[in-house]
Structure formats: structure tokens, C-alpha cells
Design a protein around this ligand. Structure first.
Ligand SMILES: Nc1ncnc2c1ncn2[C@@H]1O[C@H](COP(=O)(O)OP(=O)(O)OP(=O)(O)O)[C@@H](O)[C@H]1O
Length: 318
């Protein structure tokens, strides 16, 4: 007998729409997140990421569209569905005079955990967010990044199946940024579905199993990083700083297998290759035989920045 797999997604959104006055902030957004999957919404400031996830989290009414969590439709009358979600907004709402542990205990009790449950759950969460050692200090003395981490901890207290994070690393120091990324990775490995918004393509590349590229309120592409970079033609760029007769060397390089284009600048050669890594040994041998001294080599593989530029004609960065 065939085994039936449960393929109900952790989250399904269909046709989400929202306008603010004349501005259509979100214009028919649909996507799904599987159990244990980390899905990134990647787009520049103002693309509509916060509006999408506020609707997903049930804190903003959609003008149209549907959200279901683990197969259950979400409506204002389904608090049990909301309870499966941990939503971590950009704004931090914590009590500065209370310690990190006291803040978490307060929210745990608010979520209805018993005193004993709260104590053990708070201890677990402090480990997950890497703040156990600072748990006794008042939150007013925390760095911005530590406050962000504690905010994520609040979203984890009730053990949600789906964690929604809205640009959790914006304005955060590098140490906290790393701690946040590592926590998300650990949670995903533990089976949590994660919806992560960011305008940092490095974060999307590191964390996300699949990425939805959002611009002007629309999803313009979706897929794994590999699938998305294939959209731009999968050309690697090899940039060499070199001394010698570069125009003559460029002529020779054009005959090397895998090299598609060669351009020459002052002390610099730039090559487009199908697979830069594979072509590199022959490129270097060719340059050596042409009497060119190579000072540095840089291999740039296509990234999500290139994908975004390709799809929208704009840069992700401001
Ligand atoms: N309450 C509001 N009233 C009017 N316009 C709004 C409101 N909230 C958002 N907008 C507008 O809707 C669009 C989408 O905003 P949103 O915050 O969802 O984008 P975002 O991708 O999350 O950007 P950011 O990275 O800056 O948070 C923007 O043009 C924004 O100015």
C-alpha cells in the first residue's frame, strides 16, 4: 500500500492584496511554505514586505486574499490558528527596567503558560537566542541587537510552528546579527517553518531554502537561489588584475573553452564564463604563456543582487 505523505504546507497565501489610499502596497501575492522550510521575502525598502507579513500574521486586514496555516484558514475568529504563529515585528516592545528573563516570563504568563512551564520555557528560549548569560541584566542596558534577540525570544515562547521575522537584523551589531542568523538556522533545522523578510541578499542566500523576490507589491520571481540565479544566465565573472600585453592576451583568452567574453581595462581583464571555477586553470595557463603577470584573481558568481537587477532594472541597495 502506498504511504500517504502529509503535504499540507505550514503556510499558504493566495492573492493577498492591500491598498493604503491610492497606493496599492500589495498586489496579489501568493506563496507557500513547507514544514521545516525557510522562505525569504527579498525586496528593497517599500516593496511591501511588512504589509505582506502583517496580513499573514493576522495583525493587518487584507483587502483580498486568503491565508491558511497548517491547512486551517485564518480569520479573526480563529485564535487557535494565530497561536501556531510566532510573529516578530520590527518594533521592539520590551520593559527596560525588567531583566531579559523577567521580560520573557512576563510574556510567557501573558500567553497563558503556567508558572512552572514559563520557567522552563524561558530558560530554553534564552539558550536559543544566546542571551542566557545576560538574562539577569536590565533590558535597558542591552544593545539594540540584544533587544532584537529578546524580541525574537518573545515570539518563540509559545512554541509556534511558523516563525515570522520582519527584517530582524536591520541596524544590528555584527555579533547580534550572527547570533540571530544562527538561531534561525537552528530553529529551521529543528523543523520550524520560517518566513523571513530582508533587503540583504547575503542573508537570503545563507538562510533561505526558497526566496520570493518582491518589488512594488508583487512577487516577480520565486525559487531556490540556484533557480533564481539561473534566470540571469549563470554567467560567472572572472576579474583579473594583471600586467603585460593585455589586448594580445585577451585575443588568446577568447579561444579558451568556456570563456564567452573578454574585456580589457587598465591593468585589468574581465571575463564572462559559463563556469568560472572550471575554466580558471586554463585561463591562468593561457595568461602565463602570453607572458602576463597576474596580481589578483576574483571569481564572482551570479547572486541575488544580479537577479534583482535583471528582473527589475533596479538595485536592491538604496
Ligand atoms: N500605514 C500606511 N499608510 C500608508 N502607506 C503605507 C503604510 N504602511 C506602508 N505604506 C506604504 O506601502 C508600501 C509598502 O510598505 P512596506 O512597509 O510593506 O514595505 P517594506 O518592503 O516592508 O519596506 P521596509 O523595508 O521599508 O519596511 C510603501 O510604499 C509604504 O510607504
Amino acid at each position: 500500500m502506498a504511504v500517504r505523505m502529509d503535504v499540507t504546507p505550514a503556510l499558504r497565501c493566495r492573492g493577498l492584496r492591500r491598498r493604503y489610499g491610492d497606493l496599492i502596497a500589495v498586489d496579489g501575492v501568493s506563496f507557500e511554505i513547507a514544514l521545516g522550510e525557510t522562505y525569504g521575502l527579498l525586496g528593497p525598502n517599500g516593496a511591501g514586505k511588512t504589509t505582506v507579513i502583517s496580513m499573514v500574521a493576522g495583525v493587518l486586514r487584507a483587502d483580498a486574499g486568503e491565508v491558511s496555516v497548517a491547512g486551517q484558514p485564518m480569520t479573526p475568529r480563529t485564535p487557535a490558528v494565530k497561536a501556531r504563529i510566532g510573529y516578530v515585528p520590527q518594533d521592539v516592545a520590551l520593559y527596560p527596567d525588567l531583566s531579559g528573563r523577567e521580560n520573557l516570563r512576563f510574556f510567557a504568563r501573558l500567553y497563558g503558560l503556567s508558572r512552572a512551564e514559563a520557567r522552563s520555557r524561558v530558560a530554553e528560549v534564552l539558550e536559543t537566542i544566546g542571551l542566557a548569560e545576560r538574562a539577569r541584566d536590565p533590558v535597558g542596558e542591552y544593545s539594540g541587537g540584544m533587544k532584537r534577540r529578546l524580541n525574537i525570544g518573545v515570539g518563540l515562547l509559545h512554541q509556534p510552528r511558523l516563525l515570522i521575522l520582519d527584517e530582524p537584523t536591520v541596524g544590528v551589531d555584527p555579533q547580534s546579527r550572527n547570533a540571530i542568523l544562527a538561531s534561525v538556522e537552528a530553529l529551521a533545522t529543528g523543523g520550524m517553518a520560517v518566513l523571513y523578510t530582508t533587503h540583504y541578499m547575503e542573508e537570503a542566500q545563507r538562510l533561505c531554502d526558497r526566496v520570493g523576490v518582491i518589488d512594488n507589491g508583487r512577487l516577480v520571481a520565486e525559487g531556490t537561489v540556484r533557480e533564481l540565479t539561473a534566470l540571469v544566465g549563470e554567467h560567472d565573472r572572472v576579474v583579473l588584475a594583471a600586467d603585460g600585453d593585455l589586448p594580445a592576451a585577451a585575443e588568446k583568452l577568447r579561444t579558451v573553452a568556456g570563456v564567452r567574453e573578454v574585456s580589457v581595462g587598465a591593468g585589468r581583464l574581465e571575463l564572462l564564463c559559463g563556469d568560472g571555477r572550471a575554466a580558471l586553470p586554463e585561463i591562468l595557463a593561457c595568461l602565463a604563456s602570453a607572458g602576463v603577470a597576474v596580481r589578483s584573481v576574483e571569481l564572482r558568481e551570479p547572486d541575488l543582487e544580479a537577479v534583482f537587477l535583471h528582473l527589475t532594472g533596479k538595485s536592491l541597495r538604496d
